[in-house]
Each structure stands twice: as C-alpha cells, then as structure tokens.
Design a protein around this ligand. Structure first.
Ligand code: F6R
Length: 609
C-alpha cells in the first residue's frame, strides 16, 4: 500500500532511489515520483502516472546528480491516480518534499485550518497537509519540524521528508505503516521493506511506532515524538538478494510458485527434535495451559484467511479444539466474545495488514493470547503479538500470495500437531504418519510443479471463459476458495470457490457448458461425496477439470481433464493441490495478457482498513 524510499550517501540518488522503488513496486503502481536534493538545496521533483516503466522513461531526461533524495510508488487512497496526486508532495513555496505511506485521518480538518491560514493546495491527497505543516513548523531543524507537525496528525504514516535549507538531511518517521532503516558504508537507506536496499546492505533497524529518524552525513539519530533519544537494535537480515529478484523467471509470481518446495522445507527446518517431537519455540505453552484452552480463533484476510480456514480442519482434528475463523475486517467491529481462555492465531504474510493488526490489538485487550503467523521479519504484528511463528518463505514480491500460502499451511499443521501432542488428542500413529510424510512433501510438491505442461493445456482450453466454479470438500474446500481467488485477482475472470455439497443450494443454477468447474477430488474420506458432486455438475453439461490423486482410474472416466498429484496423507493434500490452481491462474492470466505481478487495483500490503 504505497512504497517509500530514502537515500543519503555518495552515489547518484536518482539511480539508488529508482532501484529501490523497483523492488517496492509490488506495494503500489498507479503513479510514482522522486525528489533529489542538490548540495546547494535545489529540489528536483519528478512525478509520473503509471508504473515504474513510465517513470524510467521520464528519468532518462531527469538530469540530477544529487546524492540525497526520497521516492514513492503509489496505491491511491485519497485522490485518483494523477500527476498532481503522485508523491512527493511539496509545500506552497516548493521548499519541502515529502513521501508518505498510510492515511492521515484528520486531514480534512487540518486542510481547512491550513487553507484558512493562506496555504494553497495542489493535490487531493491527505499527505499534502504534512508538507504545509512542516512549512509552518520549520526553522532550521527538519527533525524538529517533522516532530511538531506529526503532533497534529491522527492516523498511520511512514514518511520521509527533505527541505531545501537542510540539503544534507532526511527526516523520517513511522506510526503503524512500516519503515526500515538500512546502514551501508557511509550511506543510509530508508524503505517500506528490506528488499528495496538488499543489494547494498543487510544491516537494518526496524523502526518502531512514533520513531523519528534524522539522517545526515555524520550518521543518524532516532528519537520519539517528544525528541527524546531512543535506542534501536541493528539486526542483520538473512534474506538473499536472489530471493528478491526474478532470477530468470518471467514473473515473480512464477518464480515464487516454483520456490514452494524449498520454502516449505525451510519452514519445516528445525521444527522437530531428535525424537521427532514438534517444536513451536515461541509458543512456550505448558501442558496445563494447553489443556485450559477452550477455543482457537483465527483472524486473517484474503489468502491468509484461506490458510486459516484450512487450519480449522487441522486444529479440530489434532488438537480437538473448537475453532472459529474470522475475516479480520469483520472481527474487529463486533461485540467480541473473546476471553483469556482463547488462543488467537493471526495469519499475515506482510505482518502489516491493518484489519488483522486491529484484530490482534482487540483480542489482546480482551485478554487472549495472540500468536502471529507472519512472513516479514520485524513487521508490526511480530511486535504486537505474544508469540510468533515465521513462515520463512523469503520475500514474496508477486502481489498474488503463493509460497506464503503453502508455508502458512505448514505453520497451521505444526501448531495443530504441537497442541495435539500437549493435549494428548492426536494419536501416536497419526502423529508419526504425518511427521514422516512432511519429510517427503517438498519432493512431492516438486513433482506437481513438473506437470506445468498439462496445466498449460487446460489453460489453453478454458482461458476465454467468463466464469469458473471451484469446488472442494473437507480440506479441499479452502483450496477451492484459494483457487478461485487466485484466478479472479490475476486474470479478472469471475470465479467462485464453494463447498461442493453446498452447490445444489444455489450455485448449480450458474452451470452450463460455458462454465468450467474445477473439482478438488483427491483420494480422501470425502472422495465418494466429491464424485457425486462431479456427477451433478456433469449432468448440467459443465466441463469438469479435476485435481486428483495419481492412480485414480475412475476419475478420468467422468472428467474432461485431470491434473494429478502424488498420493499423500489426507490432511496434507492442500500443499499439493493448490500448486495446480496457482499454475492454472498464472497460465490463464498470461494467455489473457494480464500483468500477473501487478494486477489492477491491488497492492501487496494493505495498511489501510
Ligand atoms: C491474495 C493476497 C491477499 C492477501 C491479503 C492479506 O493473493 O495476497 O488476499 O492474502 O491481503 O495480506 P497479509 O497476508 O499480508 O495479511
């Protein structure tokens, strides 16, 4: 939801900033801009509508050699994508430039006040009020001007600002929206997330709420909003540069689909002791505490919510606990009945999603213990939860979640097994069967990835269709939901995911020969029921593409197309079946000429409600 960057060092800021923005483009891509400050204080601002390809062209004739600057790639909230609304924003005199990610909630009131005092606005954005506030508050000290201005601001922000009279300084701050500070050799970086400056440094500080940082050529200082110095730990992130680049693949999404076996293996690493007992380090729950648990509540959005839906089947089966799975935006605005007997599991790739974060805060306020399942190290949810389980998928740049979904599933499996062992609710035989199967699951995932040619043939057959229905039962149901979400978000085809047994209560009316039905029909305890549902679909003339277990001789007889997965434990099939659905969505979207890494209207991290 917008990406911001800042650079102060010895290199050409224009180039460093642009490279950083390229790596943040997944956060927003409807317009972009940057500001480079010359040593004498001249601010050169460029703003373009469109993605960074448009910006690259404009930059060819943007002749600056300053070594200080800020940049932004936008996902519009206030004001349409236009040159006027693109960041950086400036004050009346053009002395200040500012980039912002977040929402200034009281901007209407602030704008009215500023206009009354004679300020003239040139955009419809909430951000511009900050440029004008800094203009009023500035007298030689940019950090102080930013602090004073932020006192007036309600809402969320990660901001970076420069001033013509402080040409060798950047002041930045954050509240709710993420901001990371990177330390190079005589150079400093600011960014919404680490990959922006990964080629230059891995030494970072994850800034905290209400931190204000001032950088100049002598170094950087961090204070709170009152100006009191605060100390933050410098940490070394272990993400490789390769993981933030396409590495020969056409798109990040495709690369990330192929990275899944490795990502899953990484998430499983060190999760079992030498007696094959599952370890979930950060939970540190005693047997008594586990026995006292009355319920699990999962809170998440989008794909992460689908991982939560799957978690319900796993927690119920192995930990024998009632589970509720909540869409975070619905969870937060209710009269919640959550107590200290509940374990709340918040799932989020980014660790920044506003609704999920709000759900965490509410659950903790009500006394529940919250464990966050998160991919981004150091993200806000990791600071605001009682426990953290990392998905270890590495940076996910494609807007559509893929490898973070399968690693979230792994975390659901690990957590439910862990609770099941503590509570004595999973049998030894089942436990060991799952643990053994987890060892070989990455290899089986690789095998599924090997059949992309078959998926491509199916995509060729169906890519012109206007509607798809995805059906599944049991653990296949959340996968059907996820398959439909993947297809609609990157190919813009209308798709619905449905529990197969529910189809005859309504959606069956949609079916005809032009509506392909994707059926998850692996060899599991609901297989026979699924076959009945497939027959019902066939009887309405709709073509059926089944995702089935290798060796199933029956399914080929009744379905138009079949994509195979190796046999596995019933509860682990989702790790295999979803790969075909991700590939199908990818191939269909490519055939329709869609930009899979940057689907329209979307952003990777949703830091607004
Ligand atoms: C879909 C997708 C989104 C996210 C959702 C939650 O492919 O990526 O639906 O899953 O926006 O984001 P996180 O997981 O960062 O909280």
């Amino acid at each position: 939801m917008c990406g911001i960057v800042g650079y102060l060092g010895k290199r050409n800021a224009k180039e460093v900033l642009f490279e950083g923005l390229r790596r943040l483009e997944y956060r927003g891509y409807d317009s972009a801009g940057l500001c480079v400050v010359s040593p004498s204080g001249e601010l050169s601002v460029v703003r373009v509508v469109g993605n960074l390809d448009a910006m690259e062209k404009t930059l060819e004739s943007f002749d600056t050699h300053g070594t200080v600057g800020i940049g932004h790639t936008r996902w519009a909230t206030h004001g349409a994508p236009s040159k006027e609304n693109a960041h950086p924003h400036t004050d009346c005199k053009g002395e200040i430039a500012i980039v912002h990610n977040g929402i200034i909630e009281n901007f209407v009131q602030l704008k009215a006040e500023l206009e009354e005092r004679g300020h003239v606005f040139s955009s419809e954005t909430d951000t511009e009020v900050l440029a004008h506030l800094i203009e009023e508050n500035y007298s030689e000290d940019l950090g102080e001007a930013l602090r004073k201005s932020l006192e007036r601001v309600e809402g969320s922000f990660a901001v970076a600002t420069v001033h013509k009279d402080s040409p060798g300084t950047i002041a930045a701050a954050r509240r709710d929206s993420p901001l990371v500070l990177g330390f190079g050799d005589g150079e400093w970086f600011l960014a919404s997330s680490v990959p922006a400056f990964l080629p230059s440094t891995r030494k970072v500080v994850f800034l905290e709420h209400n931190d204000v940082v001032v950088i100049d050529s002598t170094g950087c200082s961090i204070t709170d909003l009152d100006g009191a110095e605060v100390r933050r730990e410098v940490v070394e992130v272990d993400w490789s540069l390769d993981s933030a680049e396409k590495g020969g693949y056409k798109d990040f999404m495709l690369k990330e689909i192929y990275e899944q076996p490795q990502a899953v293996a990484e998430t499983l690493r060190d999760k079992f002791d030498n007696k094959k007992e599952v370890i979930v380090e950060d939970l540190r729950m005693t047997r008594e505490e586990a026995l006292e648990l009355r319920r699990i509540v999962v809170v998440a959005c989008g794909t992460s919510y689908h991982a939560g839906l799957l978690g319900k089947y796993l927690f119920e089966r192995w930990a024998a606990l009632p589970v509720e799975v909540e869409i975070a935006s619905e969870f937060r605005y209710r009269n919640l009945v959550v107590t200290s007997d509940d374990l709340v599991v918040a799932i989020s790739q980014s660790g920044e999603t506003a609704d999920t974060l709000a759900g965490i805060r509410e659950a903790r306020r009500l006394g529940a213990c919250v464990v966050a399942v998160v991919n981004v190290v150091g993200s806000q949810m990791t600071r605001e939860s009682d426990g953290i389980i990392y998905t270890h998928a590495g940076p996910e740049i494609g807007v559509a979640a893929t490898k973070t979904f399968t690693t979230q599933i792994v975390c659901m499996i690990l957590l439910s097994l862990y609770l099941g062992r503590l509570r004595g609710t999973v049998t030894d035989a089942e436990y060991h069967a799952i643990v053994d199967e987890l060892e070989v699951i990455p290899k089986k995932m690789e095998k599924v990835l090997g059949s992309s040619g078959e998926v491509s043939k199916c995509a060729e057959k169906y890519y012109k269709c206007d509607d798809f229905l995805f059906l599944g039962r049991g653990v296949g149901y959340p996968i059907a939901m996820e398959g439909a979400l993947k297809l609609k978000e990157i190919s813009y085809i209308h798709a619905e995911g449905y529990p197969a047994g529910e189809m005859k209560h309504g959606p069956i009316a949609l079916l005809d020969a032009d509506v392909p039905v994707v059926a998850i029909a692996t060899m599991d305890s609901v297989y026979d029921k699924m076959i009945n549902n497939i027959e019902e679909v066939k009887a309405r003339g709709a073509p059926v593409l089944a995702i089935a277990s290798e060796g199933d001789g029956e399914i080929v007889k009744i379905c138009n197309d079949v994509l195979w997965v190796p046999e596995t434990n019933e509860m682990l099939y989702p790790l295999l079946t979803v790969i075909h659905l991700q590939q199908l969505a990818y191939q269909v979207a490519k055939k329709r000429g869609c930009n899979v890494d940057q689907p329209r209207n979307l952003a990777k991290t949703v830091t607004v409600e």
